[in-house]
Design a protein around this ligand. Sequence first.
Ligand SMILES: *[C@@H]1O[C@H](CO)[C@@H](O)[C@H](O)[C@H]1NC(C)=O
Ligand SMILES: *[C@@H]1O[C@H](CO)[C@@H](O)[C@H](O)[C@H]1NC(C)=O
Length: 314
Amino acid sequence: MFLSTLVAILIISLVVADPIPQRGAVSEGPIGYGASTTGGGNGGGITVTSCSALSAAAGKGGNVIKIQGVLPGCGVIKVGGSTTIQGVGANSGLKDGGLIIKRVSNVIIRNIKFDTPTEKGDALSLDRATKVWIDHCEFKSKGKAVNKDYYDGLLDITHGCDQVTVSWSKFSDHWKGSLVGHSDKNSEEDTGKLHVTFHHNHWNNVNSRLPSIRFGTGHMFSSCFENTPTSGINARMGAQVLVEESHFRNVTLPIVTNLSSKVEGLATSKNNIFENGEARITKPAALSIPYKYTTDPAATICELLSAKAGVGHI
Ligand SMILES: *[C@@H]1O[C@H](CO)[C@@H](O)[C@H](O)[C@H]1NC(C)=O
Ligand SMILES: *[C@@H]1O[C@H](CO)[C@@H](O)[C@H](O)[C@H]1NC(C)=O
């Protein structure tokens, strides 16, 4: 009797035991609104070590392009459709430069360090682009050593972009983080578009726009936000967001729906931790997420992302 009870308990505990989360180590592919992105496919691709080689290969598109090392002063490089741009190892990317994905579809950007955009520029800009997956990247500039408009955004997604997933990336030391929808006046182009998933991202010391989203639909989950003096997730002009299982530490207005636009946004906050900063949600969102996803808990997310987000993990 005693033994059979013990066996039963053992079997039950084996069945219900939570697996240790391993998702930080390897992501098999994008989840969320950008899930159908395949980029340049699974071929061996080519490796580039100079701005000119990167520019030529990226412009042509339709390939897997591996950047080896940090390329300085490339300016803003155009990326063609059905392309993957991936950094080699833990220290590859662009310094004082950026990438633009404009009027094309199906692009993957992974394991790239973006260290400071060009003057007035974005580190990564998506303009009229669809199906984009940004994964395990790092974005930063010089923080408050420069004035607010010296650089533009770290990751701007504008002009009716759609089906975008941003995952396992780090954003730090910058004024204007990520702008999804650039203007209150762009309703015609943006309404019904701008579906974005932001998950497992780590934000630190970014002044605002984590992201700011107008007109679109945003799903943000399992992310860590630290040290933001102005505003965090800013839903505006009827944009709808669902924010869940995230930890906001020392973030002023971690989620806000009535800031700096004529029309409010809508937000639903689920299982988030707010520490030193309160959400200001004036309208609830009724978003139903059309895909499967797995969250990691807010209580341990900052620790998980410190170890697993950014470059050097794929
Ligand atoms: C909170 O964040 C601000 C930047 O917004 C920073 O200056 C300050 O040191 C942070 N406070 C703590 C306790 O970390
Ligand atoms: C936003 O909403 C809050 C709470 O209802 C209100 O106190 C505040 O004045 C509003 N701010 C703006 C800029 O509309």
